[in-house]
Write a protein that binds this ligand. Structure first.
Ligand code: GLP
Length: 268
C-alpha cells in the first residue's frame, strides 16, 4: 500500500487526476471503476478541466461505477447515474453506452442483476483501476462492516450510520433508499490497481484502521492491505491518526523516482 499524504483536498484531487490521466495515456481504452460521494467531486472537476484543455480523452474509456441505490430512477437527482452524468460524463467525450452502473429496480432479481454486472466487467477484460472513497465506518462501495471479503456484486442493506451520513443529500420530503447494489469486495480486489482517496478529519479513524489493520470485516477497507497495487491519497486531516506518517512520506519520494524511470503501471 502506497500512502501519499498531501496538504489539502485540492492537492489530493490534482494528484488523483494526474494518476488517472497517466493511466489513460498508458491505455486509451482503460476500464476504470468510479466512485460517488463528496470526496471525488474535486477530482472529477480536475478531469473535466484536463479534457477541456485537450490533455485527456475518454473516447475509448469504459467506466464501471461501484454502486447505485436499489430501485431508484436514473433521473432522480439522488441516483448515482444522475451524479455521474452531472459531475463528469456530461462534460467529457465519453460514450455513455460505455458507462456502467450496477442497477436494479423492484421488478428485477438483484442476484441476476449482480451477476450481469460482473459479466459486463469480465466481458471487457476486467477493471484496470478502481477508484474508491471510504465511509466513516471503513466501508468501500456499499460493502458495510461484516461484508464478506469474498463478496461479489449484490444488494446490501445500508447501516444506520451510512444512511445518516448520506442523508444530507436528500431533502425532507424525499424517500432515502436503505438498500443499494454494490460491487463486492472480491470484485474490487480483482482490479489491477486501486486508488483510494480520503479527505477530512471524519475519515482519520477509518483511514488508520485501513492502513494499520487488523485485517477485519469490521473495517472492509482493511482488505486492501492484501492488494498488490493500492495507492492511497489523503490530506493531512485524514492522515492525522497515522503513526507512521514520516515513513510514508519518505517511501513515496523513493517510489516517485522509481515510477519516473520505470513507469507507473507495470501491471496494466
Ligand atoms: C458512500 C459511497 C462510497 C463513498 C462513501 C464516502 O456511501 N457508497 O462509495 O466512498 O459514501 O462518501 P463521501 O466521499 O461523501 O464521504
Amino acid at each position: 500500500m502506497q500512502v501519499l499524504i498531501f496538504d489539502d483536498k485540492k492537492a489530493v484531487a490534482e494528484n488523483a487526476a494526474t494518476l488517472l490521466q497517466k493511466l489513460i495515456l498508458a491505455k486509451s481504452n482503460a476500464n476504470i471503476g468510479l466512485a460517488t460521494g463528496s470526496t471525488p467531486i474535486d477530482l472529477y472537476k480536475q478531469l473535466v478541466s484536463l479534457y477541456k484543455n485537450q490533455q485527456i480523452s475518454f473516447a475509448q474509456v469504459n467506466t464501471f461505477n461501484l454502486d447505485e441505490y436499489y430501485d431508484i430512477d436514473e433521473n432522480n437527482s439522488n441516483s448515482y447515474r444522475y451524479f455521474m452524468n452531472s459531475q463528469l460524463f456530461d462534460h467529457i467525450d465519453i460514450d455513455k453506452n460505455n458507462t456502467y452502473l450496477p442497477t436494479c429496480n423492484a421488478k428485477q432479481d438483484p442476484r441476476k442483476q449482480g451477476e450481469h454486472f460482473e459479466q459486463q466487467i469480465a466481458a471487457l477484460g476486467g477493471l484496470d483501476l478502481q477508484l474508491l472513497g471510504i465511509g466513516g465506518n471503513g466501508h468501500i462501495g456499499f460493502n458495510e462492516p461484516s461484508s464478506s471479503f469474498a463478496s461479489r456484486t449484490r444488494i446490501k442493506s445500508l447501516t444506520e450510520q451510512t444512511v445518516s451520513d448520506n442523508s444530507r443529500m436528500f431533502s425532507a420530503d424525499e424517500q432515502q433508499p436503505k438498500m443499494a447494489m454494490t460491487m463486492g469486495i472480491a470484485t474490487i480486489m480483482d482490479a489491477k490497481y486501486v486508488l483510494l482517496i480520503a479527505t477530512g478529519k471524519n475519515k482519520a479513524q477509518a483511514v488508520n484502521a485501513m492502513v494499520n489493520g487488523p485485517l477485519s470485516a469490521s473495517c472492509p477497507a482493511s482488505i486492501l492491505q492484501m492488494h498488490k497495487n493500492v495507492i492511497v491519497m489523503i490530506d493531512s486531516d485524514a492522515a492525522s491518526l497515522l503513526a507512521n506518517k514520516d515513513y510514508f512520506t519518505w517511501v513515496s519520494q523513493q517510489n516517485h523516482t522509481i515510477n519516473e524511470i520505470y513507469g507507473q503501471f507495470p501491471d496494466l
